[in-house]
Design a protein around this ligand. Structure first.
Ligand code: M6R
Length: 357
């Protein structure tokens, strides 16, 4: 039940710190070490390449998950949109492992791929919020999200839960291969949960940003580099689906290859700047769009912030920033939809789980 909340979406955004803590709890052994089913670790170690299959927000989580797995466990990963995989199947490696990411575990496009790769004799792991869902029952292995029911059509807490579980999968696999991991993940996820609480208490800022930038605009762009680009894609999807504003996410460096032509006087451009090694280049991109009349809204991270940044998120490890930087874009989308009188929890033309191909 949504209790005192006006919408499930807002409640689910607010639940994110608690979900982080629940995930840590559920994946910890008695010594406080992260632990996952040993069969899953074996499946990861047996694979010469991982294929992540997902749709929508879960696909965006997969893009970040690829970075976690490649950087920590050093296994090559490809990420595919499930509806395209069947027609566009890549040349598969000798020992692939398929990871299906699906909040509902019922997405027909993803199931279609699972059926196909099972017939080919390949191994599979489903990461889902719903125990006993179709994708969970039919795959060889399951990892649960422990996010609690997600009712709003726009996925929020499932996305951050997917990222946390993917990070755990990457870290536990890396440790099993005696690889050095960049941090103590239990500790870092605790820092993430605290940072999410700070953002939860900053709702007025996001409401103001939504009001200022998005109450009358017809379009909006998100830009970022590195993993910020993937969060921009998720921000654009969130904004489109609930506020019906035409929104797109672009890699900062791609702007000059065509999309900068779309910038007009007053076009809102939300720039994410949480990555040290591209901090100056993304700011260069902001200057380029401002020179063409854009209305910039920079969301940066403590330590990398500069004058005129519109919001500064608390510092977390730079590999884990998507868990935090997504919260402002979730809240900005929520308030934009609210200002524009949209049905936040049940946007037009959409269903919570897409069970047709
Ligand atoms: O249940 P799934 O994670 O498989 O759903 C995938 C997409 O349908 C879903 O993420 C959709 O894009 C959301 N409405 C996004 O907010």
């Amino acid at each position: 039940e949504k209790g005192t909340y006006p919408h499930y979406m807002l409640k689910e955004i607010d639940e994110q710190p608690a979900v982080m803590r629940k995930i840590i709890q559920n994946y910890q052994d008695e010594n406080g070490e992260l632990e996952i089913d040993s069969d899953i670790v074996t499946a990861m170690n047996d694979a010469d390449r991982i294929y992540i299959i997902a749709a929508g927000t879960s696909y965006h989580a997969g893009l970040v998950g690829k970075q976690f797995i490649e950087r920590m466990a050093q296994i090559p990963v490809e990420v595919h949109i499930s509806s395209e995989f069947g027609y566009n199947m890549p040349l598969l490696s000798k020992k692939p492992l398929f990871i299906f990411i699906s909040q509902s575990g019922e997405t027909a496009d993803s199931r279609q791929v699972l059926v196909q790769v099972k017939e080919m004799g390949h191994k599979s792991l489903t990461i889902t919020n719903v125990p006993g869902s179709t994708l969970s029952r039919e795959a060889d292995h399951t990892m649960l999200l422990y996010a609690g029911p997600e009712i709003a059509v726009a996925s929020t807490k499932a996305y951050t839960a997917q990222l946390a579980v993917l990070a755990i999968l990457a870290e536990v696999t890396a440790k099993s291969r005696a690889m050095e991991v960049p941090f103590n993940l239990v500790q870092e996820l605790g820092i993430v949960a605290n940072a999410m609480e700070v953002l939860r208490d900053s709702k007025e800022d996001f409401e103001m940003i939504a009001h200022e930038y998005l109450s009358t605009t017809r379009n909006c762009f998100f830009i970022g580099r590195g993993i910020d680009f993937y969060v921009g894609l998720e921000g654009a999807l969130k904004l489109k689906e609930i506020s019906y504003i035409q929104a797109e996410g672009f890699a900062g460096g791609e702007l000059k290859h065509g999309t900068i032509a779309l910038i007009e006087e007053g076009t809102p451009v939300i720039a994410l700047a949480t990555q040290k090694f591209v901090n100056l280049s993304i700011r260069g991109n902001v200057k380029e769009v401002v020179a063409r009349g854009a209305n910039p809204c920079i969301i940066s991270m403590d330590g990398l912030n500069m004058e005129d940044d519109r919001f500064v998120i608390p510092e977390v490890h730079e590999l884990l920033t998507p868990l935090i930087s997504v919260v402002p874009v979730q809240l900005i989308s929520y308030y934009a939809a609210l200002h524009r009188d949209c049905d936040v929890d049940k946007p037009r033309n959409l269903a919570k789980s897409v069970t047709v191909e």
